[in-house]
Design a protein around this ligand. Structure first.
Ligand SMILES: [Zn+2]
Ligand SMILES: [Zn+2]
Length: 269
């Protein structure tokens, strides 16, 4: 039995005798089947092929982790360091002993959560590598969890995972799309870690919100308002997006508000 990893979305599936017939996540209209057809790999094959993780400091108390060479969607995971332990936001498709050693040098890992199914990666491998730490997933996205595991803790709405770290299910991209509010981030002014739930665009004074990024399917005005409403209670000045450098460094709340206004104006005609 083997836990196969889809080469297009990078999500690892429940153990099976041979490669699964298809990837549930890539069959959805928000993703796509790779142009070469459905292809699979495994962690062992990736290790043999020379994949490695790279850990780089972003800001005080925040490390970014991505896989080299780039694999699947190519997102980064973010490690938030707090006095109560480290928390992994979003996940990638690779983990090895070297990564675990390095994270342990940084204080280990107390919990994991992921913005949405495209970034699940090998989250269960990460949990097991650190003694089965909890993986917090919104119950609304239960249907997309293709590798169930006792480490998964379902939540609805919001969830405090550590003092000053709160998961906020803002919806939009997926029903369970979420962001992580880090109260001590941005030198105490607050930060949001957003993945694809709120995506930082090339003009980093703006963000966007989509049902599908690769297939360019927009969201409704009601969905955009839902995202804004869910963020209202939280103070934040910075946004850390899903890729290296995709950050709104300052005035992030204003960036979200003017981006939402521009978006709704365009889709409303
Ligand atoms: Zn896939
Ligand atoms: Zn996505």
């Amino acid at each position: 039995m083997e836990n196969y990893i889809c080469q297009t979305c990078g999500v690892q599936h429940v153990a099976s005798e041979g490669p699964p017939p298809s990837c549930l996540i890539c069959q959805d209209e928000r993703q796509y089947i790779g142009w070469g057809g459905q292809q699979w790999t495994t962690l062992a094959e990736m290790r043999e092929a020379g994949y490695r993780n790279r850990i780089r400091n972003v800001d005080p108390g925040l490390e970014a982790i991505d896989t080299r060479p780039r694999f699947a969607i190519g997102q980064r995971a973010l490690l938030v360091q707090t006095p109560a332990g480290n928390f992994l936001w979003d996940c990638i498709s690779y983990v090895d002993g070297e990564t675990v050693d390095r994270i342990n040098e940084l204080g280990g890992l107390a919990g994991i959560s992921v913005s949405h199914p495209h970034f699940y990666g090998v989250m269960i491998e990460w949990s097991h590598a650190f003694g089965g730490v909890p993986v917090h997933i919104p119950a609304a996205d239960r249907q997309w969890v293709v590798r169930p595991d006792p480490a998964i803790r379902w939540y609805e709405g919001t969830q405090d995972v550590s003092p000053g770290l709160t998961l906020v299910q803002c919806g939009g991209h997926f029903e369970g799309s979420a962001v992580l509010h880090w109260a001590a981030g941005a030198d105490g002014q607050g930060a949001l870690l957003t993945g694809d739930s709120i995506s930082v665009v090339q003009d980093r004074r703006y963000v966007t919100f989509m049902r599908s990024y690769p297939n360019y399917i927009p969201l409704s005005a009601a969905a955009i308002r839902g995202i804004l409403d869910s963020l209202r209670p939280y103070r934040f000045d910075r946004i850390y997006g899903g890729w290296w450098g995709s950050d709104v460094r300052e005035n992030a709340r204003a960036a979200v508000e003017r981006s939402a206004e521009r978006y709704v104006r365009q889709i409303s005609g």
